[in-house]
Design a protein around this ligand. Structure first.
Ligand code: CA
Length: 665
């Protein structure tokens, strides 16, 4: 490990605190740690205080600027070493509306301007931090904003969306297309008269909107928003300020903050919670990142050879196990909750983070509000530089109470394997994936019948509770569902693909795990076969709202599935023991059929005996049910959980090709 030297004489801090003896550190574990709040800028009309944690610095300058870009500094102030590796300075006078950067000298080299690691407001492209009073950014009514009620994680239905995908279509009827404010616009209609925007979300009935990265990321140039640009945003620059390209004015630091809050408030008013996609596992650049320009090496893991480790596949991997990186993540999520009223977090490549950090995050969020939901990708892009048993990987989810992970097993059993877009599975009519479907239906918890049949076996029941299991068939990554069905069944008719689309959504929304829908799948949106569309143009990524009219039956089907799930607690038992006791898989004679019964009684469901049959065959199947009068609510691609679709007697029940049947008595 590289040694860091400090050759500065003892100094007294500007605040008149204890004398400080900066030292040299043999390892990152020896670096001092900031106690209490980690603030880099505290504004007051009389003076603004700045502090930067830079324990290996020899000198630190603060530069004050008139604007967010360009021009010479108005002033350069030399900061003074203080306690805990901090450097401090005070700028007298009222600096509101101005901008600042730090410049840190380490080993004789000035590292270059950085807004610091904790900038809460930034100018265009996030190159300079801004001096603002956060209270000025609260929209009217913000003080009364409250989270929509949530009794249990089991009640959650997640909708994953990108701001631009969701509203950029010129037929969306939205005025602020591609912006935060698109989600605050009521009454929007497509050119065909269908509800769009937030009205669409209300109509669909989802409980949570998961917004793709909306912190300040680097790939979209905020100075040329008049030109077409697109990125998912998994390239973090400033973790604690909103992205500028989704605001109506990326130059005005307060605007993106205020508009983000307006979006959250509007969604809350609509009864919808907001999940942020967070990407603490890597930064967009390594050399030149805010971390590297502040405390070189510290925030990232190194390989044994001393280079930057790269489990993210993006050039670096952060070091959550180090005290100040852990503190950074914990305080950052708390900040988004407290300042922006965020209701949940989705951790990108969560498997890069260590278990202790994820536990600390859960613990701190619980202190604020235990209904805040946390889930993540339980994997990494490469092997992280920590022992496997200490990482927040899917197989360690049992060690992370009340944190969930995506189930790639359920996804792949439905649509086919990651890495081979043309290979199908259950939906494409291939036998042998029944165990993976049962695993998904049971929400990933140990269940005696999941591995009972022939074919592939599920290797590990990794969820201790079904609320730790995200059920999905597609997300922003890879092909979306419509494209995957096209790729795996190139000769199938549109009607067949539509039937399978509905069947897939039925599996996801009748799973005991937490259902997750990729925005636009409810309209059978496609991405023209592009699987890694992270920087594809709008033509690929935008939801085309004319689809809502065109595929209205798919939308109504998904909407009704959500309605069914909300009305019937048997589909969301929320407890592993209840799932084991009250979810029973029925034997099916044919391959490619999964059938199960739910006892609704213990959950207080008005439907005491529910049967769901998923038939992915290209022909009908028959399943034996007990004799009796069964009310059919879903059959042959139609669903009506309220009025029902008639009755059948028990005995042999026939289920049409590529369709689901749901009945109760
Ligand atoms: Ca940006």
């Amino acid at each position: 490990m590289k040694l860091k030297h400090l050759l500065v004489l003892p100094v007294f801090t500007a605040m008149g605190c204890q004398p400080v003896q900066p030292g040299s550190y043999d390892s990152y574990e020896d670096y001092p740690v900031v106690e209490g709040q980690w603030e880099e800028m505290l504004y007051a009309p009389a003076s603004t205080r700045f502090s930067l944690w830079a324990p290996t610095a020899e000198e630190v300058n603060l530069k004050l600027y008139a604007d967010g870009q360009g021009g010479e500094p108005l002033r350069v102030l030399s900061m003074e070493a203080a306690e805990d590796g901090l450097w401090r300075v005070r700028a007298d006078g009222d600096w509101k509306g101005r901008f600042y950067t730090f410049d840190v000298k380490v080993d004789g080299v000035w590292l270059g301007d950085t807004p610091g690691v904790w900038a809460k407001a930034v100018g265009v492209n996030g190159d300079r931090a801004a001096i603002i009073d956060l209270d000025d950014t609260d929209p009217e009514g913000w003080g009364q904003d409250t989270r929509p009620e949530l009794n249990s994680f089991a009640d959650i239905v997640i909708y994953e969306m990108h701001h631009r995908d969701f509203s950029i279509d010129s037929l969306s009827g939205v005025a602020r297309r591609g912006k935060y404010l698109a989600l605050a616009e009521e009454g929007t209609r497509s050119a065909q008269g269908q509800k769009t925007g937030i009205d669409h979300l209300k109509e669909l009935g989802v409980t949570h909107v998961h917004i793709l990265p909306s912190f300040d990321y680097s790939s979209v140039d905020e100075t040329r928003l008049d030109q077409p640009q697109y990125n998912w945003g998994y390239d973090p620059k400033n973790y604690n300020a909103p992205e500028g390209s989704y605001s109506t004015d990326p130059y005005a630091p307060d605007v993106r903050i205020r508009e983000f809050k307006q979006m959250v408030m509007a969604l809350h008013k609509a009864g919808i919670r907001v999940v942020m996609d967070v990407v603490y596992n890597h930064t967009a650049v390594t050399e030149g990142s805010n971390f590297e320009r502040t405390v070189p090496g510290y925030f990232y893991r190194q390989t044994p050879e001393g280079g930057f480790a790269n489990a993210s596949g993006c050039g670096n991997e952060t070091a959550s196990e180090r005290a100040m990186m852990r503190k950074f993540m914990v305080e950052s999520v708390k900040y988004w909750v407290n300042e922006y009223h965020i209701d949940g977090f989705r951790f990108d490549l969560m498997g890069i983070h260590d278990l202790a950090t994820m536990r600390a995050i859960r613990e701190e969020l619980d202190k604020i509000d235990p209904t805040i939901y946390v889930y993540g990708e339980g994997w990494a892009a490469g092997a992280p530089q920590l022992p496997a048993d200490s990482l927040a990987m899917k197989n360690n989810i049992g060690l992370l109470a009340r944190i969930a992970a995506f189930s790639d097993e359920f996804r792949d059993s439905l649509r086919g394997p990651f890495g081979n877009d043309a290979q199908g599975a259950f939906l494409a009519g291939y036998a042998g994936h029944e165990a993976g479907i049962r695993f998904g239906i049971a929400g990933g918890v140990e269940h005696p019948q999941v591995n009972a049949g022939a074919g592939h076996q599920v290797p590990k029941f990794w969820a201790l509770e079904p609320t730790q299991f995200i059920s999905y068939v597609s997300c922003h990554d890879d092909l979306c569902l419509a494209d995957r069905l096209k790729a795996t069944l190139p000769d199938a008719s549109p009607a067949v693909r539509k039937a399978l689309h509905k069947l897939a959504e039925t599996a996801v929304l009748t799973s005991q795990g937490v259902p997750f829908i990729f925005a636009g799948d409810e309209l059978m949106r496609d991405k023209q076969g592009v699987h890694n569309s992270y920087n594809s143009p709008d033509e690929i990524n935008a939801i085309r709202w004319e689809l809502k009219k065109q595929n209205r039956d798919v939308f109504d089907y998904v909407r009704a599935l959500i309605e069914l799930r909300k009305a019937h607690p048997a589909f969301r038992l929320g407890d592993a023991n209840l799932v084991r006791e009250h979810l029973e898989f029925l034997s099916a004679e044919d391959d490619n059929v999964v059938a199960f019964r739910l006892n609704g009684q213990p959950a207080g469901d008005t439907w005491t005996d529910i049967t769901v049959i998923l038939n992915a065959r290209d022909k009908a199947t028959a399943v034996s049910l007990p004799e009796g009068d069964w009310q059919v609510v879903c059959r042959d691609g139609r669903i009506d959980p309220v009025q029902g679709l008639g009755t059948v007697a028990g005995g042999e029940v026939r289920v049409g090709a590529r369709s689901a049947m749901i009945l109760h008595r």
